[in-house]
Structure formats: C-alpha cells, structure tokens
Design a protein around this ligand. Sequence first.
Ligand code: GCO
Length: 464
Amino acid sequence: ASHTMFPKGFMFGASTAAYQVEGGWNADGKGVSIWDDLLHKYPEYVVYNMNGDVSDDSYHFYKDDVRVLKEIGFQTYRFSIAWPRVLPDGTTSNINQAGIDYYMNLIDELIANGIEPVVALYHWDLPVTLQKFGGWLNPKVVDLFVDYADLMFKTYGDKVKWWITINEPESVAGGYGGGDAAPALNLFGTGDYLSGHNLLRAHGKTYRLYQKKYSHFGGKISMAFCGATCYPASDSPEDIAAVDRCFQFSFGWFAHPVIKGDYPPVMREYVDENSMAEGRDVSRLPYFTEEEIQEINGTVDWFGLNYYTSQMVKAGLTDMDPSLNRDSRIIKSFNSSWPTSGTNWLRVVPQGLRLIATKVKEAYGDIPIMVTENGYPDHGEHDDLRIGYFETHLAELRRAIYEDGCNIFGICIWSIIDNFEWRNGYTVKFGVVNVDFNSPNRTRTLKNSGYWFQHYIAMHKLVE
Ligand code: GCO
C-alpha cells in the first residue's frame, strides 16, 4: 500500500471544549463554573476583557456545528460536558434536566449524521461551588467527580463509546500552581502536585466504576494527555537526561501512574530531594497508598495525545524564573529555525508529532493512540499556513504508523470552529471553520482549511 494514505478505519475528527464554544453560561439553570467566576471577577485576565459568556453559542447552535462537521466529512467529534450545566452545584442532589437534554440532543444529532461522539467529562470548568472548598485540592471532589461520571455513563453510556475523564490534567493542575487557568492559584510546587494527585484518584475511581457498572456498554476510557515534546539542546549526557525529565515531568506525571501505577521514579526522586532540602518532613509530591496504586494502575484503554509544538531543552536552573524549573531542572527554548505562528507558545514542528508518538510507544508499549488535539493558530487571515501545518503533521503521523509501528487509530484536530482561546480570547483562532462573532446566530463558514480537509478525508475514503 502507498503510504500517502492512512490505514483503513483510521478516524478523522475535530475537537472543542464546553467553555470555549457553548456560551449560555447561565442558560436554563446552568450553574457557575470556575471560568465563569474568574472572568466575571477579573475580566482583565483575558485580552480585551473577553469571556465565554456567549462565545459560539453552541448551546443554541449545536446543529450548525454538526452540519459543518458533516460537510467536511469528519467521522468523530470530541466535545466536553460542562459539569455545572448538568449538576449546577456539582452534586447529584440537584440535576439540571435542561443540561442533560442539551448533551442528549447533541449526541443524537451527531449519531443521526454518522458522526461518533468522543466525550470529555472535564475540560476545566469545575462548578464554582466546589472551588469554594478548595476544588481539586480537596479530596472530597474526587468522590463528587465519580458521582458526576456515574450519572454521565448511566445517561449517555449506550450512545458514547469513547470517554476522556480529564482533558490535560497537567493544565488543570497548573490552575493551582501558577499556570494560565482557573482558579488561577499560585501554589507552585504544592497546589499543582496536590490537585494532580486528586485528579489521578478521580480518574482511577471513575475507571473502576465503569468496569463494575457499565462494562456492558463496551466503552473505552482515557485521559487526554499533554506535555512537552523535547529535543536536546546539545549531545551532552546532561542535556539528554534533561530530555527524559522533560517527558517524565509532563506526560509522565499523569501517564505513568495510570499505566504503571505510580509517579515516574525520576519525578519522585527530584521532588523528594528538593522537599528535603527545603526542610520539609514530607515530599511536596504526595504518595499514593497501596490501595490507591492498585486502583489507579492500568486505567487507560487508549492514549489521548495532544500535540501542538516542541521545545529544545537543556539541564540547569535558571534565575529568570526559578519557580518554573525548580523541581525538574530543565530550561526550555525554541529552535530559532522553527517557524512562528499566531501565538507565542507555538512553533511549527511537525516531526515532533512523530517523535512524541514513538516516545509514548517506547514508554508505555503498544497502547492504541488517538491524537486528541493538534492545530494551528492564526489571526484569521493566513489559513493556508494552517493547511501546511496539517499536511505536514499528518505526513509525520503516517511515518509514525508505517515506519515506527505506532498504533495510532485516529486524530481529532483542534478545532472545528474558531472559539474562545482562553487568555487570548477570540484573537487567536484555531478553527477550520470561521465564526462570525458579530452575527446573532454566529454564522459558520468553511475556511480554505475546511475545504482542504473535505478533500483530504474524501480521498482517504477510497482506501481499501
Ligand atoms: C487543551 C487546550 C484547548 C486549547 C488548545 C489551543 O485541551 O489544551 O487548551 O482547550 O484551546 O490547546 O491552545
């Protein structure tokens, strides 16, 4: 077979997240999320005081989303459920039927159009009622998440076969440790590890619950992992070791526990050592009990991989921002030859996608991989650069499949429509479909990249 095509059965899809597209922030009984709360209290957190109150208004125009997905030919759609839309105060004692209906209608509309749903339970919008007692810092949230997941599996489990518990746990933890996300807490080196610990517990318990109560549905569960894809700044053994730490402190932080039962040894060693040097009695990186290890070990059926860009790394502490690399002792930069994009954190490095797929295989074996995010940001004009981005990344993906034997069965690009890009608001656009934010019904129209995908996917359907 020619390797200009993907293997038969390979799935092409697109992604969104509730807060980024839905709007309807208080419609029909929805509760307030930590993103609603943060941006209502501190509008200046986002450029031009933008927020997700209305956004693409997918809450009202989800049929238009399905229409463009279908027009392009996407076979899967990855979206997230807003926890406070279905459970306004975060607990199952108060169910918002309008919210339940919204996702049921969306799922039914997708299935009626031959598009398979891939559903994330948590893409960062915690009910603010739970943040009031610490949010993910509080182990009680673990059980509330499991109750929420239980209701979602019960309600949608006969229709949804692909589940993601947590999207980018590292980014969620960042929200507690100085990262760019709600609840925007600055507990670097403590809040991040503790919230991450509870995310892992929540994931493990949710997986076991599904096994016990819902395995007859035959669904498959994962997380969408993110992290840094790193190239060594030099051939020195120190920089080569830094590349491994770069992987273990990002992807490994969450993937290692759910696949091997505990944190990566190098992360344990470095954080323990620093904690001791700080005169602490116990490590800032919490420990799992033996029982928790049993529960968490082996709880992903597939590997959700988010990839956008890569980094150059070298070993060392920096005095620019000591907090950021205090534990991992790596210094990141971009290779100056990598093309820039419409946002400062993303350089175009297609070969990094192949590299990270092979790293995942090397670290975790033959687990099936779906690329759950990959995309190119611009300011709305240079959409041909987006086409180039996808063309080269998809070529690297085929190399990973055919030349490196990686078990990659699909991709969901980011994103189907332009949407609320967190602190960049609506100024940075990732959609293959344009949204007219001045029109009341948020008119969606395909960009060049949308038409390009339409052709690309149609060609692929010829594969036998
Ligand atoms: C995520 C993402 C998306 C972003 C995308 C582009 O899952 O990480 O943050 O929500 O919009 O990655 O930045």
